[in-house]
Design a protein around this ligand. Structure first.
Ligand SMILES: [Zn+2]
Length: 330
């Protein structure tokens, strides 16, 4: 912003106010004060002094900054995610984000002073270089983020289950259970309830890892295990992996006693096969709260916890969430 005077004052003091609070004040020597880096309405006051008199001028400015986009990381593994932070968005402004490795609709949640978009990376994504594009019109602007999906090897596992256990795992039973999962995630909480890294929800031995290719009973068509299995004795406490709201607490056919927690921004965790459920739907839980006990209910061969993290319908790698908060921006 430039100020022009017919007779240049000997001295100018500029003060910028936001809601009556002084943000910045300084004597202008060469150039005016830098404007704040946040959108808003500011009052600017100029106290000008000439040889024989002085005068104060004040006026308001509405600062409309262009939309800015920030990414949390530039490389990640299959099963991880990228997050885009969108700032300085006014009501009438639109923006658009595309990621060629994700073929479902992206959603945006109000976050800090703008919006957050979490882009899941499918476990079966092809490693390589991709471009995430974030764009808006008026002014037309496209931000391109060069990202890389890094290669990662996952386990292969051969599993034998008894005939009676195998009989539980049918398409009909799966469809029956799915109705409850779809309902549980139909209305995600719009704010971030979780804080920091997630915790491993129980103690025990990891018997099947995330994204293990699993061949069951010599079936030539494998399935992918998009969760972690942790085995221990029946009754081992199961904890909430982070803060959230219980949106499903029910015995289902395949997943047995099941708990789903909504952590906000489309992130959910699920715990299967419990022997006991110690929470009810609608409860708010804190990271570390005991929510149930380990068991072997449903399609299961022994006491273990099947623990999954999902963004909407995509199962992500729980270990990444346990390592660090997935939406930290430097
Ligand atoms: Zn499992």
């Amino acid at each position: 912003m430039q100020f022009n005077f017919t007779t240049q004052p000997n001295n100018i003091v500029e003060t910028i106010y936001s809601n009556d609070n002084i943000l910045l004040t300084d004597k202008i020597v060469e150039t005016p004060l830098a404007l704040p880096q946040q959108e808003g309405i500011y009052k600017i006051e100029l106290t000008c002094t000439w040889e024989d008199y002085s005068s104060t001028y004040s006026f308001f400015v509405f600062l409309d900054l262009p939309i800015t986009y920030k990414i949390n990381q530039h490389s990640a593994y299959p099963g991880d995610s990228f997050a885009i932070l969108i700032s300085n968005v006014n009501e009438e402004e639109n923006f658009h984000v595309t990621a060629p490795f994700y073929n479902e609709a992206l959603d945006f949640y109000p976050y800090e002073d703008g919006f957050l978009c979490i882009i899941p990376i499918y476990a079966w994504s092809t490693p390589g270089k991709y471009q995430i594009q974030a764009s808006n019109s008026e002014p037309a602007l496209t931000n391109t983020f060069d990202v890389e999906i890094l290669p990662k090897a996952f386990d292969v596992q051969y599993l034998q289950v008894t005939e009676s256990t195998a009989a539980i795992n049918t398409t009909d039973n799966s469809a029956n259970d799915q109705v409850y999962f779809d309902a549980a995630r139909s209305n995600p909480i719009q704010e971030k309830l979780w804080e920091g890294a997630f915790i491993q929800p129980t103690d025990g031995k990891v018997t099947t890892d995330y994204c293990a290719t699993r061949y069951t009973n010599d079936n030539p068509t494998p399935s992918r295990h998009l969760a972690i299995d942790i085995a221990n004795t029946n009754g081992t406490p199961i904890m909430a992996s982070n803060h959230g709201k219980v949106v499903l607490a029910k015995e289902l056919i395949i997943t047995g006693n099941t708990i789903v927690i909504d952590h906000g921004l489309g992130i959910f965790t699920s715990s299967f096969h419990l022997s006991e459920i110690d929470v009810k739907e609608g409860d708010f839980v804190t990271k570390g709260d005991v929510i149930g006990k380990m068991g072997s209910t449903g399609y299961s061969t022994g006491p273990h916890l099947h623990f999954a993290i999902w963004k909407n319908g995509t199962f992500l790698n729980p270990w990444t969430f346990i390592e660090k908060d997935p939406v930290e921006f430097k």
